[in-house]
Design a protein around this ligand. Structure first.
Ligand code: ZN
Length: 246
């Protein structure tokens, strides 16, 4: 069974649609979507993104921006631009979509995979950006593989030994990776706001029977999203960063 694995859509409908188109046909090229959180926040299309995800067979985890939109996090820890986007998102989400976000789980386990937004020991908040933090997280989940989002950076952290040894593997595109039985923490990157200096939308395809993983990137019409953000009077810094992928 093939899963389309995506994360951090951040209310960017144009990027989300480009990913779905690139991924192929539901039922033929993949059967199910795993979304690792932050479906909303920063972008101009929160309801459209939640509606589109809800129209497809999927499982979605809660992210920090989803919780912020619900008022479940203290947004004083967010920077000023992110705070402004959170308040705009909160004002624009429908009651039905707020209720949907409110019911999202923070952790999900299926077979050999654990799914969280941030990290196994801090599912909403912790960022896994380096091998040291990844190594500290390996004892906090029971399956061989853990899928995470939150950093907006595609990567694989692979455990080398139980003394803290950990490798970071950068993504290669157009290549299928065979997952071995090492503990691994895998991040597909961000659909709607990449932060690895590549502005293309990121996602991944996972075959859970053959244990293969493929990082993918797709271009989308960034200008049209920026136009909607300007209409919504969103902070210029959030608009410009989409051009640069940071
Ligand atoms: Zn995010």
């Amino acid at each position: 069974m093939r899963y389309l694995v995506l994360s951090d859509v951040h209310a960017n409908l144009t990027a989300f649609e480009a990913v779905l188109k690139d991924a192929g046909k539901l039922g033929t090229d993949y059967e199910f979507i795993w979304c690792l959180g932050d479906i909303v926040g920063y972008g101009p299309d929160p309801n459209d993104c939640v509606d589109l995800l809800r129209s497809m067979p999927h499982l979605c985890l809660a992210g920090n921006h989803d919780w912020a939109a619900l008022g479940r996090l203290d947004i004083r820890t967010f920077n000023a631009d992110a705070r402004k986007a959170v308040l705009w998102t909160r004002d624009h989400l429908s009651d039905e979509n707020l209720a949907y976000l409110d019911a999202l789980p923070t952790t999900f386990v299926l077979g050999e995979f654990t799914l969280v937004h941030g990290s196994p020991r801090g599912p909403i908040w912790e960022y896994i950006l380096d091998p040291l933090v990844a190594a500290l997280n390996f004892p906090h989940y029971q399956t061989p593989y853990c899928l995470v989002g939150h950093t907006h950076t595609p990567s694989i952290f692979k455990q080398l030994d139980d003394k803290g040894g950990c490798d970071i593997i950068a993504p290669t595109y157009g290549e299928t990776i065979q997952l071995d039985q090492h503990h691994q923490i895998i991040n597909p990157g961000s659909v709607g706001q990449p932060r690895d200096s590549d502005p293309r939308a990121a996602y991944a395809m996972l075959d859970i029977e053959n244990l293969t993983w493929e990082f993918r990137r797709v271009t989308y019409d960034i200008k049209s999203v920026q136009g909607r953000m300007r209409e919504a009077a969103m902070p210029e810094r959030l608009i410009n960063r989409l051009d640069h992928g940071w």
